[in-house]
Design a protein around this ligand. Structure first.
Ligand code: UT7
Length: 311
């Protein structure tokens, strides 16, 4: 199977920045606790922005930077668990705003924090059936709409944002991916119940599963690709907790320079965290054409996905 190639990336965050000190005015917490337990210093939170505003901005940026004709897209997939509407999908709303042709398929995918990678892996397989070469993959979240602002154990952890990538598949890029789900509901959930439509999390059990599962997943991807970690300039883990990322790094025997961390600025943006990170790597010039990046995520469900992308 052809490997996944990133053609261009984009990202968007709401204007409002909320610091740890801002949270300390609302709940019994403090900057030191949040920083040392998670690595988070601040996060962006929506005021008037909707999920679609963030997703569309990131999608437009990726599409413009790609230089492709928008109707060369075979599909738009949006990964999210915090859509504006139950239906239509965020992807169909992006399709409408970008005035794409009727032959471009559009649908959402919910695999929580692993959603962007689930969408990438799915797109790689689906593109094999298409005449058109490109897919637009977006991870977009308005998690502030799902938070209990009185629950300090969850509300300080998350942020809003979106990231996007125009991708294609290429026979010169190595395909290697591993995904799965542990079928867990209680550890991390958010219901539609009007009385309790908030994120609930058993932090410690999620932490332990995240470290174990992401480490195993990354090992499977490297073994499948028959490459060693030293050959990968960057590893992008889902940004849920800097301590989780450091633990995965230790398990795999990697270095701090390899393991990308930007959670300090964004908090946990769920499905948006990996595409925002990929966009930062690209914008900063850290990755060059041909570089391979190992991405790995874990989220509610418990879902997990790891895969190699080539820039
Ligand atoms: O994206 C999906 C995946 N999500 C994750 O991967 C998150 C995984 N879990 C974690 O990152 C960590 O478990 C947390 C950051 C959520 C929590 O860190 P922890 O070291 O596991 O803390 P804890 O839950 O064991 O709580 C320790 C203490 C408790 O107080 P007592 O019972 O020891 O007196 C909590 O009540 O910290 C207290 N606490 C807080 N204190 C200040 C919990 N939240 C806060 C807070 N500020 N915001």
């Amino acid at each position: 199977m052809k490997g996944i190639q990133i053609v261009a990336t984009g990202s968007a965050v709401p204007k409002k920045v909320m610091t740890n000190d801002d949270w300390a005015k609302l709940v019994e917490t403090n900057d030191e606790w949040i920083r040392t337990r998670t690595g988070i210093r601040e996060r962006h939170m929506c005021e008037n922005e909707r999920n679609i505003d963030l997703g569309l901005q990131a999608a437009r940026q990726a599409l413009e930077r790609s230089g492709i004709d928008k109707n060369e897209l075979a599909m738009v997939i949006v990964a999210t668990f915090s859509p504006d509407y139950a239906t239509p999908s965020q992807a169909c709303m992006i399709h409408e705003a970008l005035e794409l042709s009727a032959s471009v398929a559009a649908f959402d995918m919910n695999a929580a924090c692993s959603g962007f990678l689930f969408a990438l892996k799915s797109a790689a397989a689906l593109l094999e059936q298409e005449d058109k070469k490109y897919a637009l993959i977006v991870g977009s979240e308005k998690i502030s709409s799902k938070l209990d602002f009185t629950d300090r154990s969850t509300c300080v952890l998350f942020g809003d944002g979106a990231g996007a990538a125009v991708v294609t598949t290429d026979e010169n890029a190595v395909f290697a991916a591993d995904w799965g789900s542990l079928g867990n509901k209680e550890g991390l959930y958010c219901s539609y119940d009007k009385e309790d439509a908030y994120v609930h999390m058993d932090g410690q059990s999620v932490f332990k599963s995240a470290v174990r599962t992401m480490s195993e997943c990354a090992e499977h991807v490297l073994a499948q690709a028959e490459i060693s970690l030293e050959e990968i300039p960057y590893v992008v883990c889902h940004q849920a907790n800097e301590r989780i990322i450091k633990s995965v790094m230790k398990q795999l025997g990697g270095s701090e320079e390899q393991f990308f961390v930007n959670i300090g600025k964004y908090g946990n943006t769920s499905a948006a965290s990996i595409p925002i990170a990929l966009n930062e790597l690209k914008e900063s010039g850290a990755v060059k054409a041909g570089d391979r990046v190992l991405c790995v995520a874990f989220g509610a469900g418990f879902t997990h996905c790891g895969l190699l992308v080539t820039f």
